[in-house]
Design a protein around this ligand. Structure first.
Ligand SMILES: C[S@@+](CC[C@H](N)C(=O)[O-])C[C@H]1O[C@@H](n2cnc3c(N)ncnc32)[C@H](O)[C@@H]1O
Length: 398
């Protein structure tokens, strides 16, 4: 059994994992972590692939929650304790507040237990006693030279795990902030969200993936890194955006983040989404992954009427886009798109094309169907932003 610890959007991140790992059975959810049983698990490959997972690792055993002792946890981790000294992290996921507090306190007893076993140790915590960040786990070398203990509470059972891989915070931040062409007016899709969307799209080897609102090319960048799609097409209404995408692509190759021969996978088109059919053949697209137009930047004091007008203009654009794109899509094409919702102190308005989908030849897909008691839309938010992004997954229907 293995575990994944998700970032700030656990449901979306679980959906992402389910899309790239179809052999996984229904997971056990413990707070923002999931325990999974799967036949094909390669921690480092998975960690490189996933945008929404910050840590993953192996479950070494399970113990009853009642009367859990630090010595029993140490016994399960004994093979990792063949060293004179180590640093360790200790995090509890899931369970009631009382159970969490009790298990969190076991860290000191675990330290004493290690001492009795001849191991001098240092218990390391995150800032303000928060969980250790992936960057801290990497910096403290807890994976190879220490131990990042994770306890997962589910009912009356505690699964004991150790982290084996963490997200490469530097690589993600370089791709986010290092790019030469940035656009703070139209907004840029966070690369981690772009990656999640690309994974939700399940692009196969040699397929054609299109972002018809490509902006600075975040989706294309993540698709080039995470998929074997043969053709990555970016189109946009604005010449400046196409130029920005190209500039960013050159930078990625210059920085050796992409290989020089990846360049031949990219194609750019200057076009309104509504007339993309002039540039792309009928039934030529396998996947569409796009953020789309989000409306004018908000300052937070817009009236409800303004928000509703924005939402209705964007809904009209999406209707026209879905209509124009439909003939260009191959059978069983999948689209992963963002529909924004706006919230200011005066009200909120949202873009939701669900009622129009079947007439346009699409259906909404839920990758977590059968895994959740209460299904719902996938919403991505960031603190301080007036826009929430709904990630919608669509497939074509005949
Ligand atoms: C929010 S931005 C996309 C940002 C992009 N995901 C990124 O990370 O850089 C929306 C883009 O849609 C483009 N756009 C707006 N209306 C369009 C239309 N009718 N057809 C094609 N592109 C359009 C804008 O020029 C802008 O680049």
């Amino acid at each position: 059994m293995n575990f994944l610890v998700f970032g700030n959007h656990p449901r979306l991140s679980l959906a992402e994992f389910s899309c790239i790992n179809p052999n996984v059975s229904r997971p056990i959810i413990c707070g923002k972590a999931a325990l999974v049983q799967t036949t094909d698990w390669d921690g480092s490959v998975l960690m490189n692939r996933l945008g929404g997972t910050v840590k993953l690792g192996e479950i070494v055993g399970e113990l009853p929650l009642n009367d859990l002792e630090a010595s029993a946890v140490a016994e399960l981790l004994q093979p990792r304790l063949q060293t004179p000294s180590l640093d360790f992290g200790w995090t509890v996921f899931g369970g009631s507040k009382a159970a969490q507090q009790r298990l969190a306190k076991l860290a000191m007893k675990f330290k004493r237990e290690l001492k009795e076993r001849g191991v001098a140790s240092r218990w390391v915590t995150g800032e303000h006693n928060q969980e250790l960040s992936p960057a801290a786990v990497a910096k403290l070398k807890l994976i190879d030279q220490g131990l990042d203990v994770c306890l997962f509470v589910s009912g009356e059972t505690v699964h004991v795990g150790r982290t084996t891989d963490v997200q490469d915070a530097t690589a993600w931040s370089d791709r986010d902030y290092g790019r030469p062409a940035r656009d703070d007016v139209n907004g840029m899709l966070p690369p981690k969200l772009a990656r999640i969307m690309v994974n939700l799209a399940k692009a196969s080897h040699g397929s054609t993936l299109v972002d018809p609102f490509c902006g600075g090319g975040t989706v294309l960048m993540e698709a080039a890194l995470a998929t074997e799609a043969g053709k990555l097409v970016g189109s946009d209404l604005e010449a400046k955006q196409i130029a920005d995408s190209k500039k960013n692509q050159d930078w990625l190759i210059g920085m050796h983040i992409l290989r020089p021969n990846d360049a031949s996978r990219f194609q750019y088109i200057l076009s309104d989404v509504k007339t993309l059919g002039r540039h792309l053949a009928t039934k030529s697209i396998d996947r569409i992954v796009t953020e789309g137009y989000l409306g004018p930047p908000l300052h937070g004091r817009e009236r409800r009427e303004d928000l509703e007008r924005n939402a209705s203009q964007i809904s009209e654009l999406w209707k026209a886009a879905l209509l124009a794109l439909r003939p260009l899509l191959r059978p069983n094409a999948r689209l992963v798109v963002i529909w924004p919702a706006f919230k200011t102190e005066h009200g909120m308005a949202r873009v939701d094309l669900t009622p129009a989908l079947s007439e346009l030849g699409y259906a909404l897909i839920d990758p977590l169907a059968g895994w959740e008691e209460q299904p719902g839309p996938f919403i991505y938010t960031r603190p301080g932003q007036f826009i929430a992004r709904r990630v919608a997954i669509l497939e074509t229907v005949a």
